[in-house]
Design a binder for this molecule. Structure first.
Ligand code: GAL
Length: 362
């Protein structure tokens, strides 16, 4: 995997670690802070969450997301999507192809035979316009042009971040199009509730509100089945230490080298209804994170592709399974899976997706 901003024609002017210009466009870092001292920094480059400070049971603030301390590191590290906003389509589309009303669209196959996370020049690698609304709110906008990365329709996208005084990070996504297209946006922070770079997350306790998950084939594409989690390592219906079943002899764990699966959320209704998706606790710090969404799915990715070669913002190596992602979403490859909830966006409607990460002590 390579990064978009490595071509020789790219002109980078660095004024500080984050105040940088790329091909004449300014990159900035923005900070939001609530009354409890919870703080995020986010850059308009790929809308990457660069840091997230949350108190532990003693009130000590730690940064609980993986990331880098300069734009250069984001530009020159092989793509791992740290903290990124993913679009137009989160996760994989088989063979990078889908059809709408008989017209086939061909996308960038940036992940083996498949299209992943919107392609090489997906939303995570683009510079957005920012509008600071208050100390706790910011929104970003972008027009994704017709056929950008192969997707049809001019897509008008807005992403709104809010840090509430109840320690919630609320992310709202909106999009409209002038031609029928597909949209499935998500957020790709790698969390470690003990603090970034602070060892494995296999000791965190996870609950996922899902009776079923979508198994994948050897190409990491859903088979189409909605399989019961009961009697499998994928049963997180009651709080379970993540590492409990990680070494079990299970074909799905082998294929994905660990947890990297979409869960079918039990209470999904429609885009107007928020449901509880997951809860995760770190016994050592006391930090708890709950995830709410209006989406039908949740990707639980256990950091299987982290190897320790990537050195993070505080000079610590990001070792195997030292972070998790909980990505609210429609199911992977939905455009090619007739029995999955639909991801089509028509010109007369508005795409609206919500993801809330709520923090407290438990
Ligand atoms: C996850 C995806 C994984 C992997 C990861 C990025 O969202 O499910 O398979 O691609 O992103 O390394």
């Amino acid at each position: 995997m390579s990064n978009i901003f490595t071509p020789k024609s790219t002109k980078i002017i660095e004024k500080s670690n984050f105040a940088t210009e790329i091909n004449g466009k300014s990159i900035r870092l923005y900070k939001l802070k609530n009354i409890n001292g919870v703080e995020i920094t986010i850059t308009n480059f790929g809308l990457k969450l660069v840091s997230l400070y949350v108190p532990d049971r003693d009130g000590k603030l730690d940064d609980i997301v993986l990331g880098f301390s300069s734009i250069k590191d984001y530009l020159h590290t092989d793509e791992i999507y740290f903290g990124a906003t993913i679009g137009r389509y989160g996760n994989r589309i088989a063979k990078g192809k889908f059809s709408i009303n008989g017209t086939e669209y061909v996308l960038d196959n940036n992940n083996g035979n498949n299209h992943l996370h919107g392609g090489t020049n997906g939303f995570h690698n683009l510079i957005w316009d920012a509008e600071v609304i208050s100390d706790t709110e910011i929104q970003f906008t972008r027009i994704s042009k017709d056929m950008e990365e192969g997707y049809p329709g001019n897509l008008d996208v807005r992403v709104h971040y809010q840090l509430t005084d109840s320690n919630e990070l609320k992310i709202n996504y909106y999009a409209t199009t002038d031609k029928t297209t597909i949209v499935n946006m998500t957020h790709h922070s790698y969390f470690n509730l003990s603090g970034e770079g602070n060892g494995t997350i296999n000791n965190h306790i996870l609950t996922i509100n899902a009776d079923r998950f979508t198994p994948v084939n050897y190409d990491h594409i859903p088979t189409g089945e909605l399989a019961p989690v009961a009697h499998t390592p994928f049963d997180f219906r009651n709080p379970k230490v993540i590492g409990t079943d990680i070494k079990s002899d299970n074909e799905q764990l082998t294929i994905s080298r660990g947890y990297d699966h979409n869960f079918v959320l039990n209470d999904y209704k429609n885009k107007d209804t928020l449901i509880v998706a997951a809860k995760i606790t770190d016994p050592s710090s006391g930090r708890v994170m709950e995830v709410f969404t209006n989406e039908p799915g949740l990707q639980f990715y256990g950091g299987n592709f982290l190897t320790g070669k990537t050195i993070g913002k505080s000079d610590k190596p990001y070792t195997h399974r030292s972070a998790f992602c909980l990505e609210t979403q429609h199911f992977p490859d939905s455009p090619n899976q007739p029995n999955f909830p639909c991801t089509l966006l028509k010109p007369e409607s508005t795409y609206r997706s919500t993801c809330i990460y709520k923090f407290f002590i438990g």
